[in-house]
Ligand binder design. Structure first.
Ligand SMILES: NC(=O)c1ccc[n+]([C@@H]2O[C@H](COP(=O)([O-])OP(=O)(O)OC[C@H]3O[C@@H](n4cnc5c(N)ncnc54)[C@H](OP(=O)(O)O)[C@@H]3O)[C@@H](O)[C@H]2O)c1
Length: 254
């Protein structure tokens, strides 16, 4: 009985930014739990590496080029996924970027790019994918947020605004689709070692600040994301919607 609660056999998942980092972790976790996975991003060799690893688990998978800031690219990518894998039951909106600059120096074009990727991109992909979930009366959307959606830190202007927006987007989508069978939740990680945070990882002062600021005294290990992604994708979380769940070693509790 309890295994069925976390079983994703027969489900099809789609992960944006699945070519590396936390998106790769999410894609592999969903595949290990039984789902077929569409791996989406911009660089075919990276996408094919992850997609190939998923196939070795015996799941169906494909590498799909999908630039989240472009509606045309999103529609084209989603169309291909539906043609090749038949449906999408689980959407992980994960593609994201950051640019760390003080507010007074923050370039307007960088603001636009971060918001277009981290916020508008989630909306464009959801708008393309969710209608076929509603048709079947069941779906799961997982939006990758951050602790920066609720706490402020210097040099994180557009990123923090985008993640605060993701948390609000999650609530609005959850309410609109609550009676249509589509659950929408967000995951709010603290710092995990990926390309996105290499600059901070290599700065001893920043690295230690994060360790000291975190009640559990350390960064997250990528595999620690797996459980929450499977949980939010699986029947075990069917009565949970509109929530942001922090995976942060306690950062946001004080
Ligand atoms: N790492 C952390 O500590 C941390 C903490 C909190 C939240 N997060 C969130 O977790 C998510 C993943 O972060 P990460 O650390 O795994 O970053 P990452 O290693 O830099 O990976 C980012 C992924 O997003 C894709 N991507 C970026 N811009 C895109 C675009 N315009 N269209 C399509 N794909 C695009 C990248 O693909 P390309 O190869 O094509 O660039 C890559 O697959 C982000 O939303 C981030 O905000 C991360």
């Amino acid at each position: 009985m309890s295994a069925e609660l976390f079983d994703l056999s027969g489900k099809v998942a789609m992960v944006t930014g699945g070519s590396r980092g936390l998106g790769e972790v999410a894609a592999m976790a969903l595949a290990k739990a039984g789902a077929d996975v569409a791996v989406c991003g911009r660089k075919i060799p990276d996408l094919e590496r992850v997609s190939g690893a998923i196939k070795t688990l015996g799941r169906r998978s494909g590498a799909f080029v999908l630039e989240v800031t472009s509606k045309a690219s999103v529609l084209k990518g989603v169309k291909r996924i539906l043609q090749e894998l038949g449906k999408v039951d689980i959407l992980v909106n994960n593609a994201g970027i950051n640019h760390r600059v003080p507010v007074l120096e923050y370039p307007e074009e960088t603001w636009d790019l971060v918001l277009a990727t981290n916020l508008k991109g989630y909306f464009l992909v959801a708008q393309a994918v969710v209608p076929q979930m509603i048709e079947r009366g069941y779906g799961k959307v997982i939006n990758m947020s951050s602790i920066l959606g609720t706490v402020g830190l210097p040099n994180q202007l557009a990123y923090a605004c985008s993640k605060g927006g993701v948390d609000q987007m999650t609530k609005v989508m959850a309410i609109e689709w609550a009676k249509k069978g589509v659950r929408v939740n967000a995951v709010g990680p603290t710092y995990f070692e990926t390309e996105l945070v290499t600059q901070i990882r290599n700065d001893p002062e920043r690295f230690n600040f994060i360790n000291e600021r975190t009640p559990m005294g350390r960064w997250g290990y990528p595999h620690e994301l797996e459980g929450i992604v499977i949980f939010l994708a699986a029947p075990a979380s069917d009565f949970i919607t509109g929530q942001t769940i922090y995976i942060d070693g306690g950062w946001t509790i004080w």
